[in-house]
Design a binder for this molecule. Structure first.
Ligand code: COA
Length: 182
């Protein structure tokens, strides 16, 4: 089963693995669907050039920011490509956000919540982050619901990526101690 072999992390139903330059076609197909891109950036589908640029940037980030990144998600039962999940700095800020983009055929099965919750846990337990944000288009209610189910709470309006967004946030529990100190 591809994906599971090079999995960086597994959840109950998903395998997350590092993105490589071989993943261009899948990512381009994902970003070519207007239903998927409706609430992303300007709402337009991505060009091949934009996907290729992301493919150069994403693998470099694994070494630059250990523990953070963007991961390709596949189903553990059949290896099907589901989309991607990310835990990464919001450009130009010190905030870390959780994000995800799933193929239309994979929506409505709880996959986004499962992957996002796993990355939030990883961010707090393994990386010791203090706060994790989720930023959404104001009308992206499905994504907002995913963030709430992953443990984030509505934090009102914010301004990221050059536009007004709805911000969700979660801080780690009081009294948190790093497990690696024990
Ligand atoms: C947003 C997205 C990740 C959701 O994926 P998913 O796997 O369907 O999400 P889940 O099944 O885990 O949960 C979706 C929740 O939103 C709810 N939901 C779905 N569509 C909704 C809508 N139009 N309005 C309100 N709630 C909605 C679902 O009922 C579910 O909540 P529930 O479990 O309480 O019933 C997926 O639609 C997607 O990839 N969209 C395109 C990219 C995107 O917008 N990414 C987020 C950028 S901030």
């Amino acid at each position: 089963m591809m994906g599971a072999n090079r999995a960086w992390c597994v959840t109950k139903r998903l395998a997350l693995s590092e993105i490589t330059c071989d993943d261009g076609n899948e990512l381009f197909e994902l970003d070519a669907d207007p239903r998927v891109m409706r609430y992303i950036g300007t709402g337009h589908v991505s060009t091949r050039e934009q996907v290729d640029e992301a493919l150069r940037r994403i693998p470099r980030a694994y070494a630059l920011y250990p523990g953070l990144g963007t991961w390709r998600a596949t189903r553990r039962d059949n290896g099907d490509f589901v989309g991607w999940f990310a835990l990464k700095y919001i450009p130009g800020t010190i905030e870390v956000e959780v994000g995800y983009r799933l193929r239309f055929g994979a929506w409505g099965k709880g996959f986004a919540t499962e992957g996002a919750a796993a990355l939030v846990r990883h961010g707090f337990d393994d990386l010791g982050l203090y706060r994790i944000l989720g930023v959404t288009h104001p009308d992206n209610t499905a994504s907002q619901r995913v963030l709430v189910k992953a443990g984030l709470a509505d934090a009102g309006w914010g301004h990221y990526y050059g536009r007004p967004v709805r911000v969700f946030a979660c801080v780690r529990e009081a009294g948190w101690q790093p497990a690696w100190n024990e």
